[in-house]
Every structure is written in C-alpha cells, then in structure tokens.
Design a binder for this molecule. Structure first.
Ligand SMILES: *[C@@H]1O[C@H](CO)[C@@H](O)[C@H](O)[C@H]1NC(C)=O
Ligand SMILES: *[C@@H]1O[C@H](CO)[C@@H](O)[C@H](O)[C@H]1NC(C)=O
Ligand SMILES: *[C@@H]1O[C@H](CO)[C@@H](O)[C@H](O)[C@H]1NC(C)=O
Length: 382
C-alpha cells in the first residue's frame, strides 16, 4: 500500500469511528433502534399520500403504513431546523395519539359490537377509513419535518375503550378538538404553504366529524356559520397529556407540545348534568399534582369561546379549593359545535400567558354527550 493510500484508509477509518462515537452527527441512530425507521426519511419510501389508496381503502386490521414503523426517525442532514419544524413535530406527536385511537378501536371492537349498539353496519369500515386517513397524516407530517430535525415516534396511550358508545363519544370530541387546535396551529406556522396545508387537513377532520354526527348520532352536522378558532393550539395539545402513559415516549422525542405551559387541567365536576349554554357548572381541576394557585388581589375570569367571539365571566376564587368555583356557561351561545373554556387573569385572555388553567373543549353537539365525557370519556379522566 502506498503512503497516500494508507493515509486515505486511515482517514476513512477515522471518519467511520467518528460517526459511531459522535452523537452530534445527524445520521447516528441509537443502538436500541433497528434503523428500519430511517427508511422513512425518504419521502418517496412507501405509499405516497394522495397517490395511493392505502390511506383510504386499506382494510387490514394490522397497522397501516407508516403506523407500523414506530421508532423515531433521526435527522439525516446537519443544519438548522426548518422554520415550521416544531409545528409539524407537535402535529406528528398529536397525530400518533389520534391514529392509535382508531387503530385500538378497530382491534378492540368487531362489526357486531357496533351493530349491537344500534350503529350502522359499516361503522367499523368507516373507522378503518378514518384510521387510514390518519395514517396518511402521519406520513404527511413526517415529510413536512426537515431532514435536520427528528420525527417523533409514538408513546403508549390509554383510551376509553370500554364500549362502542363511550368510544364513539370520545371520537366525536377528538375530531372536533382537532379542528379547534388546527385553527390555532395555522397561526403558529410561518410558511404560507404550510398554513394552507393545515387548513386543508382541518377539512378532513371536519368530514370525519360530519360522518359521526349524521350516521352515529343521527343529528344535524352543521355547527353554525363558523367553527371555533382557538388561538393557543399548544394548550389544547397539552390537555391530551392525560392520554399518554407516563414515561412511555421514546426518550429522543422532542418535548410535546413545544413550547409547553404546564397549565392545570380543567373540566366540569363529574356530577355535571348539563354543559349547554345557560347551565351553571362547578369547575374541576383534574390533575391533583397541578392545581391552580389564585392570587387574592386578582380578578379571574372563565373565558368561553364559541364561533368568532368569546365571553368572559368573572369568577369567585376566594376560599378555593375548600369553596368550589361555580360559573354559568354564557346563555348567548348557540348550542352547536364546541365551546372552549379556560380560566384567565385578564378579560378575554388576549395573550396565552393570561391563561391560568385549561382549556377544556366542551362538546355542544350532540349536547347530551358533554356530561358523558366529563364522567368517563374525557382525556383527563383516564
Ligand atoms: C408496513 O405496512 C406496509 C403496508 O401495508 C408493508 O408494505 C410493510 O411491509 C410494513 N412494514 C413493517 C415493518 O411491518
Ligand atoms: C355551586 O353549585 C353547586 C351545584 O352545582 C351548589 O351545590 C353549590 O352550593 C355552589 N357553590 C357555590 C360556592 O356557589
Ligand atoms: C377574545 O376576544 C378578544 C376580543 O375580540 C380577543 O382580543 C381575544 O384574543 C379573544 N381571546 C381568545 C382566547 O380567543
């Protein structure tokens, strides 16, 4: 071997060694992963959303692609993250929850379980179709994250899977909540095309919602002239933490959601009879390890958003927690779609920092499902 050749060999060898030991190098996959998931870094790998019917009419029970590949995908290029990478990472982490919700329902229930509960013959088939759409969302979000950022993998989750009715009730609030947080995530994205894509995705969730309202609940699917755009999307994402089994996420995943305010979870008390506009409810802060602390010299408000407007109702926090906090849901709101409720230290919660607890997404359509969710189906209760 000539001296030049041996120098070259040494150089290649050192480079290989460096790749093994330097965790900063983008193509390093931790040894506890097989490396299989790295194939997903290529957007042309596997069925392409919008070009393959895999994301519509795949009828297997097994997880559809890419839901069957669950390791995080590590960066394949060095460099700064894309401007909206954190938005797509938040969405991908949330999408894993939604995808798993459908996947587990399909595994848990048979066609007969749904028909016995009085639901149409094709209920489970529709749920498969929705699951496939959600798998397509996983793939779209993976592809939207730049090669310089990690694509998060799923955690373990717990859902209300006791019976078809509570499952479909939870599905109704999941779909309508995803519309509410997508309207907020549009505002978080910098890039115009990304904003348009998020708006398009919310239309898919709307169709899922319209299906469940018409076919399962036999109700009018219209939510009035506008759905509720909620500006602080990550607060809604954070309220899904109750579904995540603590400590079950891949340790390399970015913090979810990012940025995160760690606000106390808010719900109505379990004995709530009605969550319709005009009903008086008692507030429940359901995470015993994260309770709100109220400053005695501050006036707090329950801020209710519905459609394009919000209404603030002053609350009495004196004596909390011994004295529970009651509040009346504004009677002015139409009983449709959702009401998003939160506690703020400023009228109208004009900035995200003014929110001190919540939000809670209150299902108004069908209005009788709202109290059901408070009793058993809600994320905070699991
Ligand atoms: C994942 O699913 C796709 C589509 O059904 C299949 O082609 C692929 O082999 C599966 N991959 C794994 C790792 O199971
Ligand atoms: C709150 O409302 C409940 C009924 O929902 C009532 O029993 C209780 O006395 C009320 N508490 C306060 C502090 O107003
Ligand atoms: C409530 O409405 C006010 C006035 O339109 C607005 O400034 C504020 O941002 C709204 N709050 C929320 C949480 O949407």
């Amino acid at each position: 071997m000539s001296p030049a050749n041996s120098h070259y060999a040494l150089f290649v060898w050192l480079l290989a060694l460096f790749a093994l030991v330097d965790p900063a190098l983008p193509f390093r996959v931790p040894p506890h992963y097989s490396g299989e998931a790295q194939k997903l870094a290529d957007p042309n790998y596997g069925p392409i959303p919008g070009q393959s019917d895999h994301y519509s009419s795949y009828w297997g029970i097994e997880r559809p692609f890419p839901g069957n590949i669950t390791d995080p995908v590590f960066p394949t290029q060095d460099g700064p993250p894309g401007e909206d990478d954190f938005v797509w990472q938040n969405l991908l982490a949330a999408e894993w929850i939604i995808f798993e919700f459908y996947q587990q329902g399909i595994e848990r229930f048979t066609d007969e379980d749904f028909t016995k509960a009085g639901m149409p013959d094709n209920t489970r088939q529709r749920l498969m179709e929705i699951r496939n759409n959600e798998a397509g969302h996983l793939r779209i979000f993976q592809n939207q994250i730049s090669p310089t950022s990690i694509k998060p993998g799923p955690c373990k989750y717990t859902f209300p899977l006791a019976d078809p009715l509570s499952y479909m009730t939870f599905m109704t609030v999941i779909e309508i909540s995803s519309m509410a947080f997508l309207s907020g995530l549009v505002q978080a994205a910098e890039n115009d095309w990304n904003q348009g894509l998020i708006a398009a995705l919310s239309q898919t969730e709307t169709r899922h919602e319209a299906w469940v309202l018409m076919e399962i609940w036999k109700t009018n699917p219209f939510a009035g002239p506008s759905d509720t755009p909620f500006p602080y999307a990550n607060q809604i994402l954070d309220s899904t933490q109750g579904l995540v089994v603590p400590g079950s996420c891949p340790p390399e995943n970015p913090e979810y959601p990012y940025p995160r305010q760690h606000l106390p979870a808010l719900l109505a008390a379990p004995d709530t009879k009605s969550l319709a506009p005009g009903a008086t409810i008692t507030l429940a802060f359901t995470d015993k390890d994260n309770q709100p602390v109220f400053d005695p010299d501050t006036q707090y408000y329950a801020v209710f958003s519905h459609g394009v407007h919000n209404i603030s109702v002053p609350i009495v926090t004196e004596g909390f927690p011994l004295r529970p906090i009651n509040v009346t849901i504004p009677a002015a709101f139409e009983t449709r779609g959702v009401i998003v409720a939160l506690i703020a230290n400023q009228l109208g919660a004009p900035v995200k920092e003014s929110v001190v607890a919540g939000p809670a997404v209150i299902l108004e359509q069908p209005v009788e499902l709202g109290p059901e969710l408070v009793r058993g189906g809600g994320p905070e209760a699991t």
